[in-house]
Design a protein around this ligand. Sequence first.
Ligand code: GUN
Length: 286
Amino acid sequence: MAEIIDGKALSAALKEDIAVEAKKFEDTYGRKVGLAVVKVGNNPASEVYVRNKIIACEKVGVRSFSHNLPEDENEADLLALIDALNADPEVDGILVQLPLPAHINEKKVLARIRPEKDADGFHVMNAGGLMLGLPCTKPCTPAGIIELIKSTGAKIAGKNAVVIGRSNIVGKPCAMLLLAENATVTICHSRTADLKSHTRNADILVAAVGIKEFVTGDMIKPGAIVIDVGMNRADGKLYGDVNFPEAEKVAGYITPVPGGVGPMTVTMLLKNTVEAAFRCKESKEN
Ligand code: GUN
C-alpha cells in the first residue's frame, strides 16, 4: 500500500517558518507583510479558495487586503485597481483569483501586475524567468508539488517524471520545475496518443487534468510517486484526478484529495508574498 504524502502536515510545518519570517519583517520594517486578494464575480470554487487564502494570511501574520468586485466589473476599473495596488507601499503581493469573467482579458490583467508583486508567479516576466532559469517568483501549485515530492526523501534527478496537463497555472510550470530538478520530463495532454505507455513509465506522475478519477491503477508504475492536483466537485464531495482506491494499491507514495496539493498551494502563496516583501525592501536599501 502506498504511503500517504500529508500535504496538510507539510504545509503546517512550512507555515511556522513563514510566520517567523513575517514577524521578522514586521519587527524590522514596522508594518506587516501585505497581500492584496482580488476576486471578480461569484465563482463558487474561487469563493472557497479566496477565503482559505485570507484565513491562511491571518495565521502567519500577513495582512490581507480583500477586493471583491462584481461579476460585471469593467476591465478598465480592474486595471485601475491593479495600478493602485502596484503603487501601494503596504501591498507586497497581489493575487487576482482566476478564472476571470469572460468579458475581461485575463492576459492583460496579469500583465498589469508589477512582476515584483506577482504573488502567483503568473506574469510573463516570471514565467519567462522560470523557462530561462533566472530568479523569479514560481507559481504556487507547482512549487508546492516539488516540496511534496521532496518530502518523501526520494531523489528527483534522473527520474522519469510525467505531467498530465499543460495549463499555464500547473502543467507547464510544473514540468519546468521538474526539469530544473534534473528529472526527465514528459508532458502529456488531451491529444497524447497511448497515454498509458507514458504514465506506466513514470517514477513521478503528476495528474493535473481536471477530470474526476481519470488516472486508474493500471496507468501507474508500481512504486511511483503520484501527485494528484485534481479538485473535482461531484455529488457534494471533492474528488481528485486519480482513482485513489486503485492507485494506493500500486503507488509508492500518493497525495490525498483533499489534504495533499491544496494546502500547499496556499502555503507557497504566503511564502512568495513574504519573500517578495523582503526582496523589495532589500533592493531599496542597496
Ligand atoms: N485559480 C486556480 N488556481 C489558482 C491559483 O493558484 N491562483 C489564482 N490566482 N487563481 C487560481
